[in-house]
Design a binder for this molecule. Structure first.
Ligand SMILES: [Zn+2]
Length: 493
């Protein structure tokens, strides 16, 4: 069988002023044709597609079209959307005939022209291949499921875990598509939107309440005739018309069962809504005080409100200000995105002392720069790269600026928000010896887990702040929990 495959992956934070252009995809790996399997073997969804194709008993010829990944940020530019549409449409046309199309999308991307970025691209693909060629898509579980997405595909599957499982999800999507092509299954999709949003504080699928909700999905997959069950606790900072959590169930030609299970899973989320909304962040002054007082370090302080994996800029200064105010003397590792300071430090050179206004420049709502005087302790002029389960993320040119005992890693790009201990090791700093390390994300600091002695989630102001009522909502459907009073709701089959 001959299968076209592509990935166009971005998660949009519509309140962010940082537009996501084609250059942001280029920085993180924009690949075409045979370059895709070369670069992505074993990595993320495309790695999963490749692995499943190799395991498949029938001969599978994968036709790689495009791999574009840009992490999380502001809206994708119209120019980038046009580029992806043109590339997908023209390359798919040239690849015809194909027996199926396999796609990896995030599901919560929005462009400055089209809110439903994925729905738009999927309908363009559908127009090329027609109704008879199956299209299967893998999605991040923070996808915003829309009518257009569901109507354009034969099946869709979401990540099963937080931290995420893109490789395994790619394998599951590919296996479903192969089974459809071989006419072993006839996929039927049932789905439900749920009128709720929640911050990511309770996002870990290994912990209650997310665990209870995702465990129910896994249990439903044991049911005969069920192909896949997906929970979608949407990226919450997304002001679009169809915003909301969702459930999607794919069965083998059983619409009634698909609808029933999707409704049951949606009702379970609604039942747990108060628990999903329970936050556990501590004020910044307490976060720093507790980390200083800890018997053993490093304590990882998650600056969740400036999470680069949620679309925030990674240049928040709230914890820096608190460290300076408390005059800490222990070693603190702190990531900061600030291309101007990187340039100033490189111009001054290693060993120089510089006084600069750092951070707070990329977020016009919560951002506030701070003046610091520090010593340029290291320079990585060729740029640093960090790797997460999605692939490589670029930090760009990066410098280490020592401000007293604060070792500030200042980079041009966001990378993985300081969650890669090796980036510090590049400058000869051993993170295991620090008392605290700030990371600009909620949970995905796997690199720190073997060395850290505790975690604290700080409650700073920021674009990925937990209090969704602080944002100015214009398009999201209302009423929605918890922005509005909505005591009763039930999924209808
Ligand atoms: Zn996600």
């Amino acid at each position: 069988m001959r299968i076209a495959m592509a990935q166009v992956w971005q998660e949009t934070h519509t309140f962010s002023a940082m537009a996501t252009g084609l250059e942001d995809f280029e920085k993180n790996g924009l690949y075409f044709g045979d370059e895709i399997p070369e670069k992505m073997r074993g990595v993320a969804e495309i790695g999963g597609f490749l692995a499943a194709a190799e395991e498949e008993v029938e001969e599978v010829e994968l036709v790689p079209i495009i791999r574009a990944w840009a992490g999380s940020g502001g809206r994708v530019t119209g120019e980038a959307l046009d580029f992806f549409e043109e590339k997908l449409v023209s390359e798919l046309r040239e690849s015809l005939p194909v027996d199926g199309v396999l796609l990896s999308l995030h599901g919560a991307a929005a462009s400055d022209r089209v809110d439903d970025f994925e729905g738009y691209l999927l309908s363009a693909i559908r127009r090329v291949v027609g109704e008879s060629v199956p299209v299967v898509v893998s999605l991040d579980h923070h996808a915003n499921i829309t009518h257009r997405i569901v109507e354009s595909v034969n099946a869709l599957v979401g990540y099963q875990t937080q931290p995420h499982d893109p490789f395994e999800t790619g394998e599951r999507a590919a296996r479903a598509l192969f089974a459809i092509v071989k006419e072993e299954i006839t996929p039927t999709v049932g789905w439900q939107k749920i009128p709720m949003v929640a911050p990511a504080d309770r996002g870990l699928t290994a912990e209650w309440p997310m665990k209870e909700w995702f465990d129910l999905a896994r249990a439903m997959e044991e049911h005969p005739g069920v192909i896949s069950v997906s929970n979608f606790p949407v990226q919450p900072w997304l002001d679009v018309a169809e915003l909301g959590w969702a459930t999607v169930v794919v069965t083998d030609n059983d619409q009634v069962l698909a609808n029933q299970l999707a409704a049951e899973l949606a009702n379970k989320a609604w039942e747990l809504r108060e628990a999903f909304w329970a936050v556990r962040r501590v004020p910044p002054e307490d976060a720093i005080r507790q980390a200083v007082a800890a018997k053993e370090g490093p304590i990882v302080i998650s600056d969740a409100s400036d999470s680069v994996l949620s679309g925030a800029p990674g240049d928040g200064t709230c914890l820096l200000k608190e460290m300076l105010r408390q005059r800490i003397t222990c070693t603190a590792l702190l990531p900061m995105v600030d291309p101007q300071v990187v340039e100033a430090a490189i111009q001054a050179g290693p060993g120089s002392q510089i006084t600069v206004l750092v951070g707070g420049k990329l977020d016009p709502v919560f951002g506030e720069s701070v003046e610091v005087t520090g010593t340029v302790a290291g320079v990585a002029e060729t740029g640093l790269t960090s790797t997460l389960s999605w692939g490589a993320a670029q930090m760009g040119r990066t410098v280490l600026l020592d401000v007293g005992s604060i070792r500030m890693m200042v980079s041009e790009l966001r990378g993985v928000g300081g969650a890669d201990p090796d980036a510090y090791r590049h400058f000869g700093v051993e993170p295991a010896e620090a008392q605290m390390a700030v990371v600009k994300m909620y949970f995905n600091f796997a690199g720190f887990r073997p060395i850290m002695k505790g975690t604290i989630m700080a409650d700073c102001p920021g674009l990925s702040g937990w209090d969704l009522r602080q944002f100015k909502w214009e398009k999201a459907p209302r009423p929605v929990f918890p922005l509005d009073e909505l005591p009763e709701w039930q999924a209808t089959v």
